[in-house]
Write a protein that binds this ligand. Sequence first.
Ligand SMILES: C[S@@+](CC[C@H](N)C(=O)[O-])C[C@H]1O[C@@H](n2cnc3c(N)ncnc32)[C@H](O)[C@@H]1O
Length: 369
Amino acid sequence: MSLAISLLPSLPFPRITEQNPKKPCFSPSFLYNSATQMENAIRNDQNALRSPSNPNPTTPPPPPPLLSKTAQKKLLKQQRFEARKSEKKAQAKEQKRRESERKRKEWEKRLASLTEEEKTKLIESRKDSRKERMAERSEERERKTERLMRGKEFGQNIVVDLEFSHLMMPNEIHSLVQQIMYCYAVNGRCNSPAHLWLTGCNGEMRTQLERLPGFDKWIIEKESQSYIEALQHQKENLVYLTADSETVLDELDLKKIYIVGGLVDRNRWKGITMKKAEEQGIHTAKLPIGSYLKMSSSQVLTVNQVVEILLKFLETRDWKISFFEVIPSRKRCEVDSEEHQGEVDGKENKERDERTERKKTYIQVPTNG
Ligand SMILES: C[S@@+](CC[C@H](N)C(=O)[O-])C[C@H]1O[C@@H](n2cnc3c(N)ncnc32)[C@H](O)[C@@H]1O
């Protein structure tokens, strides 16, 4: 086995910061170091076969390195992107801290300008509105729990297959965890949520998911077995969604169980899910993207985009709306976006704005696949 491959699992994991002991911090230096280690591993691998103790290796030439030059370049590019993202996140955090500090000072200044009686009134009214807000939030939480419980019983089964964690770099695993968090949040906001499954949920993936606040209470199937074991009695209903399938998905069938590959690989592992499904003898299908829009690059989408498209389709039964609502415009060709523009009515525009706002507020939306 290639040394580069054998080194993969031992790449250093991100440091756990003091400020947030549960959350790994992907510092720029961590990301660069991972890439450098990967490159060194490949170089060492090649040098080992030309070492003085083995000047004329009789062994057959080594297998090609794990990553081609292009793939290495892509990886570095991705890691630089992640590093910039981390920096931006830190800046946003600092800005938020400054903003709350400013508000606190403003409040104190306002109080200082009031009489004792006015002060008490203002403090009381602030307490009341806070209570109202909290009551509203807790009602919404209850409604969400009810919706998710209904989804668990009657909803469309959608599985995220987590059996690929050994093929991902630490930052890719981190990104996948974020994508799953995003899928769960979107599902919780649906009027008729799906029945979500995480299968093959073990090892590093599980460890990282369990670090998410509230993960233990998520209404989702957390299955350590693979889908093929856990759902063995429904094998004929399993449909692996993969961009490499020849079959185009026209409709969603409530009896079927749609599987999405839990992989963030920038398509480094091209065709891996198709191969897996073929070997297991289960159905495959691709999203009907080509029938509705032109993509500026490949039709391979991220896990959260695929899940969100399925959820949108369950709600609208309209692929076009689902694609246009979910696939970012930078991934689509201009002409399609313009053609569709007239068809998106005011309601959808409003929904999209709300969604963008929510994304900004809650989660940084993952962009890499
Ligand atoms: C980032 S992609 C992983 C690509 C990976 N190289 C592969 O072979 O599947 C994540 C997953 O989203 C799903 N997916 C992405 N694009 C899709 C498409 N156009 N049609 C159907 N499924 C898709 C697949 O399940 C895929 O495994």
